[in-house]
Design a protein around this ligand. Structure first.
Ligand SMILES: Cc1cc2nc3c(=O)[nH]c(=O)nc-3n(C[C@H](O)[C@H](O)[C@H](O)COP(=O)(O)OP(=O)(O)OC[C@H]3O[C@@H](n4cnc5c(N)ncnc54)[C@H](O)[C@@H]3O)c2cc1C
Length: 453
């Protein structure tokens, strides 16, 4: 029954006009995107059809790459007017790589302050070169820009909530997307599906991609009096301590006319509001007189999903679980994974002319992604488990962050998404300092506990 319906829809959509090929408008195909001979069967009389579910950075970047590469692309977004709860910090390289105009950037952060549980403060911007900064954006602004660009590249934006995905049982039958748009239930048959629908991914559920553990992040947007806002002009703060999070950090990020104050935790989710209260206490004098204009919370994936590609469906961004531990960064990785997945489909389908297979998605997208980023995820995972374990290890982390070498290495890696060229002697010193700081702070921590007892 389901496959009959799918066949009907398939024929129905075959007669749809293809989206007109508009200029690429900002999207530049990467040099490595070469079209190679494929053994996949050609598609007759139409182009390959792809549904991208979710219009965040992952979905829009997927859709832009697909549409620019000749694939007939449908981008589903349930609420284009809303803003994803997010701190909105993005690395410098993203502006270039994704051609994000400077006018979208609210703040150029050049000072980062890390504050330890005992309020030891380290300024983290010493090694920044002129013109280097961390960009602060509002997600409603960034997301709507990226979605419009996907549309300009030829993707059809469908404002609708995807409620289900019928997975075909045969190799060439279509996937059927069920969605609600303008209060009516509709369906769309496609050849390929990309799940870019975030941490609660419907696509992941439909393809039985398995679960991952999630942190919960809570954030308040607070409008400050002018003189208080002045303090956060180009400054972002990270607070560490059991009072603000048992396993993550809390933050104050500056936005256009307000600050985002938030925190997150994996191991103690029911207490998230208590941690936010702890955070408000820590920043009390700096936000005095502020007015809360928005309160938001959202899950943050902790690890990649057990399955990220199945059949002709792939997951990208938060749906795939691509947020880094330690920093909780996900916007760049969402956009990057979306673009890589879109390009993989374009390449395997020879510009939308041929069918694609699971093996294509694995080879061209998954393996490439893992080869490029898996080690980064593992390293940050390790750092989080070493340094966010107790107040003593957090003190050690802040102490270490005072070192110029540590600052340069971590900022370069963050801002340019490449491992900064190190210096062997400095690496040895850094390792020795790490062990020294950890030991010293553990011993101090134990002494403090003993004194309290
Ligand atoms: C409080 C908080 C602060 C954060 N701060 C930062 C930060 O400062 N920097 C950083 O890099 N990362 C940050 N992150 C992580 C970052 O927000 C995510 O990694 C990023 O948004 C992932 O992008 P995405 O496109 O994969 O998913 P999302 O941004 O979640 O986008 C998914 C989209 O899919 C749509 N959608 C979902 N389900 C459906 C459906 N069934 N049908 C149709 N549409 C659907 C949603 O409306 C949404 O627009 C933060 C996260 C949180 C929660």
């Amino acid at each position: 029954m389901a496959s009959q319906a799918a066949h009907h829809l398939h024929s129905h959509f075959t007669s749809l006009p293809l989206p007109s090929r508009r200029p690429r408008n900002g999207y530049s195909a990467p040099r490595s995107l070469t079209v190679t001979a494929s053994k996949n069967p050609p598609i007759q009389g139409r182009k390959l059809r792809a549904a991208v579910v979710g219009g965040g950075p992952a979905g829009s970047s997927t859709a832009e790459a697909l549409a620019s590469g000749g694939v007939e692309t449908f981008l589903f977004e349930r609420s284009p007017a809303d803003a994803k709860p997010c701190g909105g910090a993005i690395p410098l390289c993203m502006l270039d790589e994704f051609r994000i105009p400077l006018r979208l950037v609210d703040r150029h952060v050049t000072e980062m302050r890390i504050i330890s549980p005992s309020n030891l403060t380290v300024d983290f911007g010493k090694t920044l070169q002129p013109g280097e900064f961390i960009a602060m954006v509002r997600r409603e602004v960034l997301d709507s820009f990226l979605r419009s660009r996907a549309e300009s590249a030829g993707a059809s934006l469908i404002t609708g909530l995807v409620t289900d995905l019928e997975v075909p049982t045969s190799g060439s039958a279509p996937y059927v997307v069920h969605y609600i748009s303008n209060s009516s239930r509709r369906t769309l048959a496609v050849d390929v599906v990309v799940g870019a629908d975030g941490a609660n991914s419907r696509v992941a559920k439909s393809i039985k991609a398995g679960d991952y553990s999630c942190a919960i992040a809570f954030q308040e947007r607070i409008r400050l009096p002018d003189e208080k806002m002045e303090y956060y002009q180009n400054l972002a703060e990270m607070y560490l301590g059991d009072d603000v999070s048992p396993d993550f950090y809390a933050w104050v990020f500056p936005k256009c006319d307000h600050v985002a104050v938030g925190t997150g935790t994996v191991c103690s989710k029911p207490d998230i509001k208590a941690f936010q209260r702890g955070m408000r206490e820590r920043v009390k004098p700096k936000i005095a007189g502020g007015k809360v204009i928005k309160v938001e919370a959202h899950p943050i994936p902790e690890h990649p999903r057990p399955v990220r590609v199945l059949g002709r469906a792939a997951l990208v961004g938060d749906a795939a679980g691509y947020v880094t531990k330690c920093s909780g960064e996900g916007i760049y990785f969402a956009a990057k994974s979306g673009r890589m997945c879109g390009e993989a489909i374009v390449k395997a389908s020879e510009g939308g002319m041929r069918a694609v297979t699971e093996e294509d998605l694995r080879r061209e997208y998954l393996r490439e992604w893992d080869a490029r980023y898996l080690s980064t995820y593992r390293l940050l995972d390790l750092l989080q488990s070493v340094f966010y374990r107790s107040n003593a290890t957090r003190e050690a982390l802040v102490e270490l962050c005072g070192g110029e070498y540590v600052q340069r290495m971590s900022l370069d890696s963050y801002m340019y998404k490449r491992l900064a060229a190190g210096n062997r002697w400095e690496d040895v010193k850094m390792a020795a300092n790490t062990v020294g700081s950890l030991l010293r702070c553990q011993i101090m921590g134990r002494r403090m506990e003993a004194l309290k007892a």
